[in-house]
Design a protein around this ligand. Structure first.
Ligand code: SAM
Length: 178
């Protein structure tokens, strides 16, 4: 084959594959749009006083800024991200921060560690509703109360414990076992 055709095919693949990954992972919960740093700090001070007693999980961690800021408040943090490009990028960017981990996983299937105290999300409403149901099951499995901070969107049928625009805080208690 002519080398020009090969080079063109490689270039097209280099553009199309990442585009495809961002499209598919965006459809699964939310496209990659980062939270604004002042909103993240507001979440960890005004809505939920994050401290060294907390393990924060960011469901859909993007470039890892949310877990990174969480560690500034003394917390441990784990970012769960489905997009392998963002996982690679955030792991590389934050490799020196020993208080956080980034994991490549689907948040709807991720089992929360027993030390988890708070989950942060910036997801579209449908992704938020599905994740809420998953977190409720996890709270029941772990038999502990968990807190959920949602940026920008609220749950349809659950009243937030606190609201400071654009953020919502939910207290998620375990289901009563029969
Ligand atoms: C709106 S961005 C928020 C990024 C980051 N949490 C922030 O607030 O800056 C949503 C992220 O969730 C990721 N995502 C979407 N569906 C997911 C899923 N099922 N499991 C894990 N991550 C997911 C997307 O790839 C994207 O990076």
């Amino acid at each position: 084959m002519d080398w020009r055709i090969i080079v063109t095919l490689v270039l097209v693949a280099c553009i199309m594959i990442p585009l495809f990954i961002f499209l598919v992972t965006g459809i699964m919960g939310a496209p990659y749009v980062p939270s604004e740093a002042p909103d993240i700090r507001k979440a960890f001070t005004e809505l939920y006083a994050l401290s060294d007693k907390d393990l924060l999980i960011d469901f859909g961690s993007g470039d890892g800024t949310v877990p990174q800021i969480a560690t500034e408040y003394g917390a441990k943090a784990i970012g769960i991200e489905i997009n392998p490009i963002l996982v690679w990028f955030s792991k590389h960017r934050l490799r020196k921060n020993k208080n956080l981990k980034i994991k490549h996983a689907n948040m709807y299937r991720y089992h929360l560690p027993k030390d988890t105290t708070v989950i942060y999300m910036y997801m579209l409403p449908q992704g938020l509703e599905s994740a809420y149901r998953h977190i409720k099951k996890e709270a029941t499995r772990l038999d502990k109360t968990l807190y959920l901070i949602s940026n920008a969107f609220d749950l349809k049928k659950v009243k937030p414990t606190e609201h400071a625009a654009p953020l919502y805080l939910y207290k998620i208690t375990p289901e009563k076992q029969k």
